[in-house]
Write a protein that binds this ligand. Structure first.
Ligand SMILES: [Zn+2]
Length: 540
C-alpha cells in the first residue's frame, strides 16, 4: 500500500485567523510549516494530507501569545496525526469488532493501522450517558466463568444496556441504584445479592423476580424429583420407542464408569468443602470466590445437605451424537445409505465404527416417509432427569413429537408423575400468561397438597421473597431481554480474545449498536435462543 499513497496538499485560503488566546485576528504571517495527517482512504489507497499551516503574529500588543498557528477544528485537532473522520472510523470499527480484526479491515480499506492503535482510540471514547431509567433489569455476567463476575444493568423500557459494572457485589449495585432515584421497578433473580442491593439502593422501587429465573429454579426442583424416578423414566422409553437400550461393550463401559465415578468423587469433595465454609460462617458469595465456582452453584449445593448422588450416564455419550443433526438432515434429503453416511461423517472427524453408526441410525428406519429429527435417536435412551424436567416446563408447541410421545407414555405410567406434569404445565402457564397472585396462591396450595417433597421445598423457598415472586407472576416486566444482552456481552468478550481489560469491554458493549437498538437486539436474542436449547425452554 505504501507505494500507492495519495498525497493531497492543502492550505487555508481565509485572509486571516483568530488568536486562540485573545481572539484578535492575526496581522501578518510569521512563518509556515507543514503538518502530515492521515485521512480516510481514497479509492482504496492510503490518503495523506500535507497541510500547510500559517503562523500568525497576534495584532494585540498586550497579548502574551505573540505568535500562534492557525487551527482547523472541523478537520483535525491540534497535534493530531489523523483527521477527525479517520479517528471516528477506526473507533467505530474497534467498537464493532476486536482490535486485531478492526485493524485488518481498516488496512484492507487502505488505512494501515495496528490493533494497539485501534484499542487506544476506542479507549478514548467517552462512555454514553446513562440518562434516566425507570424500569431496570439487573443480573450478573461472567467475566471469567466461576471466578469473576460483573453486573449488567438494562433499561427494560428503552431496551438498552445502561451500564456494565466490573464487579458483582451488594455495594457496587447499591451505589449505582442510588444514583438513579427515578427507578420505580427492579427486575432480578432470586439471589440474595441483588435482592439486598435493590432493597438498599432503590427502596422506592417495586421488585420483580424474573420469570426466567423462576422457571429455571422450578425446573431444578423437578430435576431433583426425577432423579428419584429413574426406573420410570427408563420404562417410558421402552414404551415410546418399542426398544430397549443397546448394550455397551464391557471394556469401554467400564472405563466410562470409572471416569464417571472420579467426577462424582470430585463433586462430593466440592460439596463438602462448600458446606464446611458455610458452617464456618462465610457468605455464599465469599464461598463462591474461595472454591472457584459460580455463586449459583454454591446456592444449589447449600440447598441440599447430603452430597450429590452420582449422575446417570449422559444422554449424548454416543460417539455418533455430535453428527446426529447432520445425519438427520441427510436422512431427510433421502440418503438412507449407511455406507455413504459413514464415509461422510468420517470425513468430518468421526472415529467410531460403521456398525455403531448403523445401530444408532436404527430408529430412523421406520420413518420412511416422515422427516426425522435427532431426538428420534437420542430418545432411544432414557432422557436424563434434567431433560425430562425441561420437557415438562416447556410449552407444548415447543416440544418435538418424540418428546410429546415420551411424555404421554411417562404420564400414563404413574399417577404422581401425572400430577407433577400438571403442576409443571400450570406453573408455566401462570408465568407466561401472568395470571397474578390469586392463581399463584392456588398453585402453591396445589403443590402443598401434592405431598411431593421437592416441589414443596421449591414453594417454601419462595416465601422469603414472596412479594417479588408475586410481582413476577403479575407484571409484564422480566429479564428476558437482559438474558439476550448477557449473551451479547459474552459474545463481545469472546471476540476480544480476552486481551481487553474492563474499560475496553465496557466501551465495546455500551457503544455497540446492538446495545442500543431494540431491533438488533431482537435479532441477537433469537440467535442465542437457537444456539442454546436451555434458553428456548423458558421463552414464551
Ligand atoms: Zn492574541
Amino acid at each position: 500500500m505504501q507505494d500507492q499513497t495519495i498525497i493531497v496538499h492543502l492550505y487555508a485560503t481565509s485572509p486571516t485567523a483568530a488568536c486562540p488566546q485573545c481572539g484578535t485576528a492575526g496581522s501578518r504571517v510569521h512563518s509556515r510549516y507543514q503538518r502530515t495527517i492521515a485521512d480516510v482512504a481514497f479509492g482504496g489507497r492510503k490518503l495523506v494530507l500535507k497541510l500547510l499551516v500559517r503562523k500568525w503574529i497576534c495584532a494585540e500588543a498586550s497579548c502574551s501569545r505573540h505568535i500562534f498557528a492557525e487551527r482547523f477544528p472541523q478537520l483535525v485537532q491540534r497535534y493530531a496525526r489523523m483527521t477527525d473522520r479517520l479517528i471516528k472510523a477506526l473507533q467505530s470499527a474497534g467498537v464493532i469488532t476486536n482490535g486485531a480484526d478492526a485493524a485488518q479491515i481498516a488496512s484492507s480499506f487502505g488505512v494501515p493501522t495496528t490493533a494497539k492503535t485501534i484499542i487506544r482510540r476506542v479507549l478514548q471514547l467517552p462512555l454514553p450517558s446513562e440518562g434516566s431509567v425507570r424500569k431496570v433489569g439487573i443480573d450478573e455476567w461472567a467475566w471469567k466463568k466461576g471466578q469473576y463476575y460483573g453486573t449488567i444493568l438494562v433499561d427494560l423500557e428503552k431496551r438498552r444496556i445502561v451500564q456494565l459494572l466490573a464487579e458483582r457485589s451488594v455495594e457496587t449495585s447499591k451505589v449505582w441504584l442510588r444514583q438513579h432515584p427515578e427507578i420505580d421497578l427492579v427486575s432480578r433473580d432470586r439471589g440474595k445479592l441483588f435482592r439486598e442491593a435493590a432493597t438498599l439502593g432503590a427502596p422506592q422501587a417495586k421488585q420483580v423476580i424474573d420469570r426466567f429465573h423462576l422457571q429455571k429454579n422450578f425446573a431444578e426442583a423437578l430435576e431433583k424429583f426425577f432423579r428419584q424416578q429413574e426406573r420410570l423414566l427408563k420404562k417410558a422409553t421402552r414404551g415410546s420407542t418399542g426398544k430397549a437400550r443397546p448394550a455397551e461393550r464391557p471394556a469401554v463401559a467400564e472405563k466410562v464408569a470409572q471416569e464417571r465415578r472420579a467426577r462424582h468423587r470430585q463433586r462430593v469433595r466440592l460439596h463438602k468443602r462448600i458446606w464446611k465454609l458455610y458452617r464456618e460462617g462465610y457468605y455464599k458469595e465469599q464461598i463462591a470466590q474461595i472454591v472457584g465456582v459460580s455463586s449459583r452453584s454454591v446456592y444449589r449445593a447449600l440447598e441440599q445437605q447430603a452430597p450429590p448422588p452420582p449422575r446417570r450416564r449422559s444422554r449424548s455419550s454416543s460417539i455418533v451424537d455430535p453428527y446426529l443433526s447432520y445425519l438427520a438432515s441427510r436422512w431427510n434429503q433421502g440418503c438412507h445409505n449407511v455406507a455413504r453416511l459413514y464415509e461422510e461423517i468420517v470425513a468430518q472427524g468421526y472415529t467410531g465404527s460403521r456398525r455403531t453408526l448403523e445401530m444408532r441410525l436404527r430408529p430412523f428406519r421406520p420413518e420412511a416417509t416422515r422427516p426425522v429429527s435427532k431426538q428420534a435417536v437420542i430418545l432411544d435412551k432414557p432422557p436424563s432427569p434434567r431433560g425430562v424436567a425441561l420437557m415438562m416446563v416447556r410449552p407444548q408447541h415447543n416440544r418435538t413429537k418424540e418428546q410429546t410421545a415420551y411424555l404421554e407414555q411417562l404420564v400414563q405410567s404413574d399417577e404422581t408423575i401425572a400430577a407433577v406434569f400438571k403442576l409443571a404445565q400450570d406453573f408455566g402457564h401462570l408465568l407466561r400468561k401472568r395470571e397474578g397472585q390469586v392463581r399463584l396462591e392456588q398453585w402453591k396450595a396445589a403443590v402443598q397438597a401434592s405431598e411431593i417433597a421437592e416441589l414443596i421445598a421449591f414453594v417454601d423457598g419462595l416465601a422469603e421473597d414472596a412479594q417479588a415472586v408475586s410481582n413476577g407472576c403479575s407484571l409484564t416486566w422480566s429479564n428476558g431481554i437482559v438474558e439476550g444482552f448477557i449473551n451479547k456481552v459474552k459474545w463481545i468478550k469472546r471476540s476480544s480474545y480476552g486481551q481487553a481489560g474492563f474499560p475496553l469491554l465496557q466501551r465495546r458493549v455500551l457503544l455497540h449498536p446492538a446495545s442500543r437498538s431494540s431491533h438488533l437486539l431482537a435479532h441477537s436474542a433469537s440467535c442465542s435462543m437457537r444456539c442454546s436449547p436451555a434458553r428456548k425452554v423458558f421463552s414464551s
